[in-house]
Design a protein around this ligand. Structure first.
Ligand code: AMP
Ligand code: FE
Ligand code: FE
Ligand code: ZN
Length: 277
């Protein structure tokens, strides 16, 4: 039997990934992963397909989602795990996020039209159940020939503070933590390695998270050490995963970061308790 590895951070076509929920399960099995959590942005809709697919493929799956939050106008990603997939707090929060995104995307499209780059709602991929974000808008801009690449769209127009960026309504980190804990889920600071604001980091570390994502994407153990140390000192759990998005982030393959069996079983035990209660 190969070493137990579980990737706890990946995206599907239900948000801004390019691989369907069923495909990601098959891919996980193919590369020898034993456990997985799908963490689409602001939706758990992947699980409808992923749960039966995982059962069939022998992949152990635990619930997950990556919520977009904001702390004093700075965007913060929060990973939630191990809640029941039918928990109404989580489902209703996901619906609120879809509404927030719908309104924000409309504002971004208006700004793009103003800049001579009209895009119709129908040019965006997905549907009501699936999260549509700036990567989809960027993709539509490439397709229309307004920009040369998704990165070009972000750099010139869509990045935070860019001329066609709109934050729209946001949920605070505190509100997000409340929802996750009401759902009896576990909340983690996502990819702290990417936060380049020490003040924000200090503030987040004082908040009631259950842990942080210590192992992330292609970061080297030396770059992860800081986060692992902080988590251990606080008695927090440490999660990890690739943040796989498929072909839109080619450098990041599924399973390039992972957690061991001990961590996975802890989350899984929590998930199983929630699933039956
Ligand atoms: P949204 O949640 O709709 O605001 O979009 C956020 C997503 O866009 C992130 O999860 C990334 O996948 C992507 N993204 C954000 N900033 C950039 C950037 N500067 N360049 C490329 N992709 C980005
Ligand atoms: Fe993303
Ligand atoms: Fe993220
Ligand atoms: Zn992610």
């Amino acid at each position: 039997m190969t070493e137990f590895r579980a990737d706890l951070h990946c995206h599907t076509t239900c948000s801004d990934g390019t691989v369907t929920p069923e495909e990601i399960i098959l891919l996980a099995a193919k590369i020898g992963l034993r456990g997985l959590s799908i963490t689409d942005h602001d939706t758990v809709s992947a699980y409808e397909q992923a749960v039966p697919a995982a059962e069939k493929a022998g992949i152990e799956l635990i619930s997950g989602v990556e919520f977009s939050a904001s702390h004093r106008d700075i965007s913060v990603h929060i990973l939630a795990y191990a809640f029941s997939l039918s928990n109404e707090h989580i489902l209703s929060f996901c619906r609120s996020h879809q509404e927030r995104r719908h309104n924000r995307n409309k504002t971004i499209l208006k700004l793009l039209a103003k800049h001579g780059m009209p895009i119709e709602d129908t040019d965006l991929l997905g549907n009501d159940y699936h999260t549509i974000g700036r990567p989809h808008i960027a993709q539509a801009m490439v397709k229309k020939g307004y920009v040369s690449s998704i990165q070009d769209a972000f750099n010139k127009y869509l990045k935070e503070g860019g001329p066609c960026y709109a934050a729209g309504d946001v949920f605070s980190v505190e509100e997000t933590l409340d929802v996750i804990h009401q759902a009896n889920g576990l909340a983690f600071i996502a990819h702290p390695h990417l936060i380049n604001n020490e003040r924000l980091i200090r503030q987040l570390l004082e908040m009631p998270f259950d842990g942080l994502e210590g192992y992330y994407a292609r970061f080297q153990p030396s770059q992860e050490e800081r986060w692992v140390k902080i988590a251990k000192k606080k008695g927090w759990l440490i999660t990890g995963g690739s943040d796989f998005h498929g072909t839109v982030k080619e450098m990041i393959p599924l399973g390039c970061s992972w957690v061991n069996e001990e961590i996975f079983r802890k989350l899984q035990a929590h998930y199983q308790k929630n699933a039956v209660s």
